[in-house]
Design a protein around this ligand. Structure first.
Ligand code: HEC
Length: 150
């Protein structure tokens, strides 16, 4: 009986050491966390619309991501970098292309974006109804002004 308790105590300790070692080792796996140069923004209808986009979308949809402290620590860094890299592929306000204009309004009206997990950690990105309406109106104009790739 005594032996058994000792055995499981050692097992527990070994497991903790193993987990700690894994946590340390995964920190060395490279994660692509870049802020490439700014190429071309859309033709914003106003500074106000741009400010909304910066506040709510830029962290994942621009080359001006503010990488939070927890994005330095694996495995969280993998999720954050994954969101940003995937987000930029779908829509990048710093490398604007006319085709990006297609789905933006729909995503906003259906409240699909920003991602829920992002709002949990960035409460200031939450827009109230008035702000959301203003942002959508501004974006509609911006998209209309930015229909040509130049
Ligand atoms: C936390 C990161 C994050 C934030 C913040 C964010 N997005 Fe996204 N967005 C993503 C990711 C990841 C994808 C690709 C996967 C998907 O569609 O869910 C995406 C996809 C999109 C797409 C393409 C959707 C499609 O299916 O074609 C649009 C449009 C979009 N986002 C708009 C926005 C707008 C507008 C904002 C700001 C209001 C915003 N996003 C904020 C991460 C984010």
């Amino acid at each position: 009986m005594k032996e058994q308790i000792k055995f499981s105590k050692n097992m527990g300790r070994n497991l903790v050491v193993l987990l700690a070692a894994i946590l340390i080792l995964i920190q060395f796996i490279p994660v692509q966390k870049t802020n490439p140069p700014l190429l071309r923004e859309p033709n914003w209808d106003s500074q106000k619309t741009r400010n909304y986009a910066v506040r709510v979308c830029f962290d994942c949809h621009s080359n001006q991501t503010v990488w939070p402290f927890y994005s330095k620590v694996a495995p969280i860094s993998w999720f954050v970098a994954g969101h940003v890299n995937e987000g930029r592929e779908n829509l990048n306000f710093s490398e604007w292309k006319a085709k990006f204009g297609k789905d933006i309004i729909e995503e906003l009206e259906e409240k699909e974006m920003p991602l829920k997990s992002y709002l949990l950690l960035h409460p200031s990105a939450k827009l109230n109804d008035t702000e959301l309406t203003e942002f959508i109106e501004g974006l509609k104009k911006t998209i209309a002004y930015s229909q040509n790739d130049f």
